[in-house]
Design a binder for this molecule. Structure first.
Ligand SMILES: *[C@@H]1O[C@H](CO)[C@@H](O)[C@H](O)[C@H]1NC(C)=O
Ligand SMILES: [Zn+2]
Ligand SMILES: [Zn+2]
Length: 368
């Protein structure tokens, strides 16, 4: 039942007066294939009616699909550039053009079969940040060394467009038919990749002086990682399309796997809980104490015990653990484990006093 109204929409989009496909995709007339793909990738996601509930989003999405259909097709783009919408209509000759823009979207994002949509390798990097940054959240600048398309030749490897020639050996086909005689008078034909052009169908006369014909160059790119307070350990942050560029693929992603640094004697984290070890003296263990613990954000958290504290006792301080990821204002708990150190030596006076005190305590015990 959806189909008829959908087709109607499609025809409205097509027969509306002179749509400017470049404007729709927000690209320049000289935009490269890659720019057009990038624009479609960005805009189709933004306007997909599953995600964008604003009125007119669907029309916009259909328009974007149509613009991409034309501009990503070398032949259609040429006709459109020369003869505009009218020329295209003549070319399409009333036949059902294009496909369902939703299928197109699906193929674009889900399909790896098409050669031009091949994605380059993604990189995965373990990235350590301080626990204080995970506690409070923060921005961390970092750099990545990667390959980018040469900005002089835009990845063609040629000094100028005029230096790219159709391969004469294969007539630009990238492949050649080879006839082999298998028996006298009997030939077999097979297709082999053209060795003159390496199957590209094009040869370069003068190499780009900028990249020496390598098409790509070394580049150090700067990024900022936003550490969200309470980010889980091993959380992966994706920088889409930021891996090595190449004219042969759509750049893969840079993925950072974020973990907190373990510092000796520091706080330990387990999910939303924080653990701390505090060492107290035997006097404090017996008589109670007040201490100050400096938290990850520099705040002071009072540690107060009134009675006896056994070695290994764990005090739970509610709400002083890690913030919950994406639920700011809520925190886990802090667990403080007490370690008791005994004095290495006892003076004769202390010895007498201790003896008295413990006799007293055992006497009190007996009375009870
Ligand atoms: C703990 O810190 C507070 C202020 O931050 C201060 O008033 C108090 O005296 C400190 N207590 C100890 C035992 O250092
Ligand atoms: Zn170059
Ligand atoms: Zn060739």
């Amino acid at each position: 039942m959806l189909l008829p109204s959908f087709l109607l929409l499609l025809s409205l989009a097509v027969f509306a007066a002179a749509a400017d496909y470049y404007k729709i995709l927000d690209v320049h007339k000289s935009a490269s294939e890659k720019d057009i793909r990038a624009a479609y990738k960005r805009l189709s996601k933004k306007w997909h009616p599953d995600k964008n509930k604003s009125p007119g989003a669907e029309d916009r999405f259909v328009e974007i699909a149509r613009a991409y259909e034309i501009l990503s097709d070398v032949k259609k783009r040429e006709i459109y550039d020369r003869h505009g919408e009218e020329g295209l209509k003549a070319h399409e000759g009333g036949q059902q053009h294009g496909g369902n823009p939703f299928d197109m979207f699906q193929n674009f994002f889900g399909g790896h079969h098409h050669q031009q949509t091949r994605k380059g390798p993604s990189s995965l990097t373990e990235f350590e940040v301080s626990l204080a940054d995970v506690y409070a959240g923060g921005s961390i600048d970092f750099m990545i060394k990667k390959k980018i398309l040469c900005d002089h030749c835009r990845g063609s490897g040629a000094a100028s467009d005029g230096d790219i020639h159709t391969c004469t050996s294969c007539n630009g086909q990238g492949v050649k038919l080879v006839k082999q005689q298998i028996f006298p008078g009997m030939f077999a034909q097979s297709q082999v990749t053209c060795n003159e052009c390496g199957g590209r169908g094009k040869v370069i006369k003068r190499r780009c002086p900028h990249c020496q014909g390598n098409k790509v160059m070394d580049h150090t790119a700067h990024y900022t990682l936003d550490v969200i307070a309470g980010m889980p350990e091993g959380h992966e942050v994706v920088f889409e399309g930021e891996a090595d560029e190449s004219p042969d693929w759509e750049a893969g992603d840079v993925v950072l796997r974020v973990r907190s640094k373990k510092e000796t004697g520091g706080f330990r984290r387990k999910e939303s809980s924080l653990y701390w070890k505090e060492t107290i003296g035997v006097d404090e263990a017996l008589l109670g104490f007040e201490r100050n613990l400096t938290h990850l954000d520099g705040r002071t958290v009072p540690l107060v015990r009134k009675g006896v504290t056994q070695p290994g006792y764990v005090q739970v301080i509610k709400g002083e653990g890690m913030p919950l990821f994406n639920r700011h204002e809520q925190h886990g708990d802090l667990f403080v484990e007490y370690n008791v150190v005994l004095p290495t030596e006892v003076t004769p006076l202390m010895r007498r006093k201790f003896a008295e005190a413990f006799q007293l305590s055992s006497a009190t015990h007996d009375e009870l």
